[in-house]
Design a binder for this molecule. Structure first.
Ligand code: ATP
Ligand code: MG
Ligand code: MG
Ligand code: MG
Length: 442
């Protein structure tokens, strides 16, 4: 039995289906006066490439290419979180004020909390983070056994914060995606072990994305607790100031030091170097702060109810995307971490009427071959069918969106030993490769 062919799919055999002319990447959306000023490179590049569109301050349409990239990032985060035993759940964004009043954060959060009332006049907020919600959930479990711990629960959902100054595109939104994980342990010692395993998972995650990330001591803010680290991407656009010792492993957010000094408080001999950072992740050891309030207990080996030890761990999902673009890109075009590029490659056939019909056919075949030979490229290679445009114009667009590989199929492909021109976006290098050479490269 044949499955129905989706309307946008080109049903002719072996014809490319991902056509640039059909991709929804509106780079020329009318500015309805809401776009404001371009406050940073990633915002400008993402808007120019048709990746995002601001609907109101700090709120964005994530356009299709962004969603592809986000889904890839979510997959990597899932792998790392589940690799250390994390279990994914999804909690309501509409949070009852009662919980927030119990923890006293209803008042502490001040104007940052988006508050609303339901039809009965009951107070709610839109979740900016979920310590209250998750602790209540675990507290409501009648019998949580010590055998079930450590328990690591996480979600990747929209968070809402009425930031005083939403700016820098996705770097500081009022509605954004965060991965937030919460850990439950039998003892302080076990909680520290879990804390450490999450920090290691974060370090692995940024290494896989090939982003340089510094783990620094951090303030615990209104989340509370004793031990805390931030994961900072060094970048001039960053709003945090971080200090790294040139001699020992000490590193800290400036906020944590009572006096600022250029001498390392740890080794005493090294000098602290200051730079700016974008906070992409934050880990907290919470101890019993929330579990005491909500009476979250487990039954011990002696069958006694004990208050559970907690930690919480955030990652700014949309912020990581924008921060990666911020640190890797040139002024002209986006450079993605390979794992996050919305599409892996773009094949550019010759201009119509350039008497290279043979090359045009070869280009279409190439898209098919790539998918057949390299299964991970299936659905990842787009075909720039806008053949009324010159190659140069199409290459400029490709460079703006930052496909990791752009493959030009022109005169060289028609020679006795066919050659393809391959532009590697990350290095800016151009290579002339045979079909096998190309397959090896990809
Ligand atoms: P910031 O200092 O930048 O305001 P925060 O310390 O308030 O961030 P946390 O409460 O630690 O943020 O939240 C966990 C993570 O969520 C942060 O490390 C960051 O990556 C991300 N995040 C926080 N606020 C925003 C925002 N307004 N837009 C996008 N991502 C955010
Ligand atoms: Mg904040
Ligand atoms: Mg912060
Ligand atoms: Mg923080």
């Amino acid at each position: 039995e044949q499955a129905a062919v989706p309307a946008t799919t080109n049903s002719r055999k072996n014809k490319p289906t991902l056509l640039v002319s059909r991709l929804y990447q509106p780079a020329n959306l009318r500015d309805l006066g809401l776009q404001g000023e371009m406050t940073c490179k990633s915002q400008r590049l993402m808007q120019q490439a048709g990746l995002i569109y601001q609907s109101n301050p700090g709120c964005y349409y994530y356009l299709p290419a962004t969603v592809r990239s986000m889904e890839k990032l979510v997959r990597v985060i899932d792998q790392e979180m589940q690799g250390i035993g994390g279990q994914k759940l999804d909690m309501p964004s509409l949070c009852s004020a009662d919980l927030w009043k119990t923890s006293e954060r209803w008042d502490l959060m001040g104007k940052e909390l988006f508050r609303l009332k339901d039809r009965h006049g009951a107070d709610y907020c839109l979740g900016p983070t979920h310590e209250e919600a998750v602790t209540t959930l675990v507290a409501h479990q009648a019998t949580l056994s010590y055998r079930q711990l450590p328990l690591l629960l996480y979600q990747i959902t929209r968070k809402f914060r009425d930031e005083p100054k939403p700016k820098f595109g996705l770097l500081r939104g009022r509605e954004f995606y965060m991965k937030d994980m919460y850990s439950f342990d039998v003892s302080e010692e076990a909680a520290y072990e879990t804390y450490e395993s999450v920090c290691q998972a974060y370090t692995r995650l940024f290494a896989r994305l090939r982003l340089r990330c510094v783990q620094v001591q951090a303030d615990t803010g209104n989340i509370g607790g004793k031990l805390s680290h931030e994961f900072q991407l060094p970048a001039d656009i960053g709003e945090d100031r971080i200090l790294v010792c040139g001699n020992c492993s000490f590193s800290a957010n400036v906020e944590t030091l009572s006096q600022e000094t250029s001498d390392c408080p740890n080794c005493k001999t090294g000098k602290l170097e200051e730079s700016k950072g974008v906070e992409v992740g934050h880990t907290f050891y919470l101890g019993k702060k929330y579990s005491n309030i909500f009476n979250a207990t487990f039954s011990s080996a002696q069958n006694k109810p004990c208050i559970v030890e907690m930690g919480c761990y955030g990652l700014g999902v949309t912020r990581i995307l924008a921060a990666a673009i911020e640190v890797l890109s040139t002024e002209e075009g986006i450079r993605w971490p390979g794992l996050l590029a919305p599409y892996q490659a773009c094949v550019v056939p010759p201009k119509k009427g350039s008497k290279m019909d043979g090359a045009a056919v070869l280009a279409e075949e190439l898209v098919h071959t790539l998918g057949e030979t390299l299964p991970r490229l299936r659905g990842e290679v787009v075909f720039d069918d806008r053949t009324q445009m010159t190659i140069g114009k199409r290459l400029k667009d490709a460079s703006r969106l930052g496909y990791p590989y752009v493959i030009v199929v022109g005169q060289g492909a028609l020679e006795e030993t066919p050659r393809f021109e391959v532009i590697c976006q990350l290095t800016g290098e151009t290579m002339f490769l045979s079909k096998d050479g190309l397959l090896d490269l990809l």
